[in-house]
Write a protein of this length. Structure first.
Lengths: 269, 403
């Protein structure tokens, strides 16, 4: 294990100390175009997003709902290649300081080469990977590559996970643990499940100090509610929809609104 | 070591469980319940009784000498899974998983289907067991297998046409997985083939291996010896694993899986996964896969909806990698020609899927010669394919061709 300090984790910690929590924003690379996806990501950070989650479009995204499916399918139809993902990370990290995590299904990384991808991502200034269809049990290659390259690895925790599996996810993850708010796939929901609060409590009980909630979060008030108990809130489909509907200006405006929900929740430490 | 003893999660380098964490608890539950069930004599007895009184097992074997005359005069023996209730081997697996669903206490089942045979079998079992049933089917497949859509609806199932991606079986599996992630509390996913995350490849194989166990004894009784070769079509690979498994440790019995070659394995329009693909991860398992350089799944093509899948079960990838089984492509045209030949020579209309195994057998017989005996898994009947065959052979309109 390297002793690399996770910039993702230190960003989250800083936001907690300041009396709020981290706002994590998801956008897929290549939607609506490669250059607009880069501009949109930069605009998210300017709007107050603390950590970027860049999705790599994939042909069979089983964790994604209709909004993200449609966006990533469009990106693939436009000719998205994995190297564009690396290029986007480099372009974004050259413009903003916020840590950039890449969200990707596992087969593209395997085909690119796990070690090679880790090296290229590190070189591009990327912070690590969120892996929705890779569980720690089958992740030996990724443990080795991420330790060597000093990359974060974010595994998922679900309301259905046993306590043993939650503890495994906490120990395996670096940066944060991605707490799935509800049993389901990505997409905005009017109510974010109370299961999220229970899951965060259970993650705390097995030692998590960095747990962020994702799935279904779309409004500033939901962000605020979640950061009352979690370390970070992850917004995806709502940003993708805004980008599709109103381009970079609209997604930047939504980021500003969401960021306002993420601040001044408690007195600063 | 016995090849038959492999039970997952890995078969050599293939298999595993590449799924969202949300599904792990359900897969663990299924694994545990299945482990308990398979050592419970009451479970086995109930399944066997259902097979005897409902499926129509054991299925017979039929020797087809007039067809065999076109296969180098080898002896050709068909294992008649086409005679099962619902018209294919799929019912073998579905009844097992439906019993398991009841044991777990879930009230809703979902399934993916390509040709519609697994969907029909699942809808049938759901009717029999009083379970709610939703079947995901690619929109392309709902059109080319419209009769099976009607059968599922008549049986009380909801059929959801899937409009994402290539709108075929792979996308139906994606949507079924999304449903399962969302509704796992009351829903069991009755998976139709020997692919997917553990425990599906091993469990579905176990529910299908009755095909080979029966056929092995039936061929011994008929001919006094084991066959020289066993053949089957391979999409995901459940009928092939079902008939192969009993023979895995019979080193003298050659095993041949015939993949859908579509317009030709040398073209871009085929579903010859092992022939043309390379290892990757799809639908929860590491196996051979049709994919581009970036690991994006490539759309497959086959006239047969049931074989039109860019992946394949991990146990097949393993058997191919160790050389125990051989996998070869059969084009649409070769399969349709074999379908017509069996119909004309023996009065048996096979499913287009199974016709791939017949086409492969025609070639294999010529290579093995007249002393050879070949056991073919006739995995399904052709009723569902009459519209496709009718169009293909121009049989539907007034003044249509008389073959």
């Amino acid at each position: 294990m390297t002793t690399t300090v996770s910039t993702v984790e230190s960003t989250i910690t800083l936001r907690r100390q300041q009396g709020g929590g981290a706002l994590i924003g998801y956008l897929p690379v290549g939607f609506p175009t490669l250059s607009e996806s880069i501009d949109a990501a930069v605009a998210l950070v300017a709007g107050g997003v603390d950590i970027l989650e860049l999705g790599l479009p994939y042909s069979d995204p089983v964790m994604d709902g209709p909004v993200i499916q449609a966006a990533t399918q469009q990106a693939l139809a436009n000719g998205f290649r994995l190297r564009h993902g690396i290029e986007a990370v480099a372009a974004i990290t050259s413009q903003v300081d916020a840590p950039v995590l890449v969200m990707t299904y596992w087969n593209p990384i395997v085909q690119y080469g796990v070690e090679r991808f880790a090296d290229d991502l590190h070189l591009a200034g990327g912070a690590g990977l969120i892996t929705p269809d890779l569980v720690p049990d089958d992740a030996a290659d990724w443990f080795a590559a991420s330790d060597r390259a000093g990359l974060d690895r974010v595994f998922l925790a679900a309301p259905s996970s046993s306590d043993d599996r939650l503890e495994q996810a906490v120990k395996a993850s670096r940066g944060f643990v991605y707490a799935v708010s509800t049993m389901g796939i990505t997409g905005a929901r009017s109510d974010v499940d109370s299961a999220a609060r229970v899951l965060i409590d259970r993650l705390r009980a097995v030692g998590s100090t960095s747990a962020c909630v994702g799935l279904g979060i779309s409004t500033p008030s939901q962000v605020r509610e979640i950061l009352g108990y979690a370390d970070g809130a992850i917004v995806g489909s709502a940003l993708v929809r805004a980008l599709g509907d109103g381009g970079v200006p609209m997604v930047a405006a939504l980021a500003r609104d969401l960021a306002a929900g993420a601040r001044d929740i408690r007195p600063a430490v | 070591m016995s090849l038959k003893a492999e039970a997952g999660p890995y078969f050599g380098d293939f298999g595993g469980r590449f799924v969202p964490e949300s599904l792990v608890a359900a897969l663990d539950e299924l694994t545990n319940e299945y482990t308990l069930a398979r050592s419970d004599p009451a479970f086995a007895a109930e399944l066997m009784e259902l097979h005897r009184t409902y499926t129509g097992r054991p299925s017979i074997i039929t020797e087809v000498p007039r067809f065999a005359a076109h296969a180098g005069c080898a002896r050709v023996i068909l294992k008649r899974e086409d005679l099962n209730h619902t018209g294919s081997h799929k019912i073998n697996n579905v009844l097992g998983q439906a019993l398991l669903t009841r044991r777990i206490g879930k009230t809703r089942v979902i399934a993916e289907t390509g040709a519609g045979q697994h969907g029909v079998a699942t809808a049938t079992a759901a009717a029999l067991f009083g379970l709610d049933c939703v079947v995901y089917m690619g929109e392309v497949d709902t059109e080319r297998q419209a009769l099976n859509v009607a059968r599922m609806r008549l049986l009380g199932a909801e059929v959801v046409p899937v409009t994402t991606g290539s709108r075929t079986l792979k996308d139906a599996i994606n949507d079924a997985m999304r449903d399962w992630v969302t509704n796992v509390e009351n829903t069991n996913y009755i998976f139709g083939t020997v692919a997917g995350p553990h425990p599906f490849p091993a469990m579905v194989r176990d529910f299908q291996k009755i095909i080979g166990e029966e056929a092995r004894q039936q061929v011994l009784d008929l001919t006094g010896r084991l066959p020289d070769a066993v053949t089957a079509c391979v999409g995901g690979g459940s009928n092939a694993m079902g008939i192969f498994h009993a023979f895995l440790d019979d080193a003298d019995v050659a095993l041949y899986g015939y993949e859908a070659g579509g317009d030709g394995a040398e073209t871009l329009r085929h579903a010859a996964t092992i022939t043309k693909g390379r290892p990757g991860i799809l639908h929860g398992a590491r196996s051979f896969l049709l994919q581009d350089e970036d690991g994006q799944t490539v759309e497959s093509h086959s006239i047969s909806a049931g074989l039109d899948y860019p992946g394949v079960g991990p146990e097949h990838s393993w058997l191919a990698s160790i050389g125990r089984a051989t996998y070869l492509p059969i084009t649409d045209a070769e399969a349709m020609s074999a379908l017509r030949l069996l119909s004309i020579t023996e009065g048996i209309i096979p499913a287009i899927e199974s016709a791939h195994a017949l086409a492969g057998t025609l070639d294999l017989g010529k290579r093995l010669g007249s002393d050879a005996t070949i056991l073919v898994n006739l995995s399904g009947r052709g009723d569902k394919d009459m519209e496709t065959a009718g169009r293909y052979f121009d049989l539907l309109d007034k003044g249509a061709a008389q073959l």
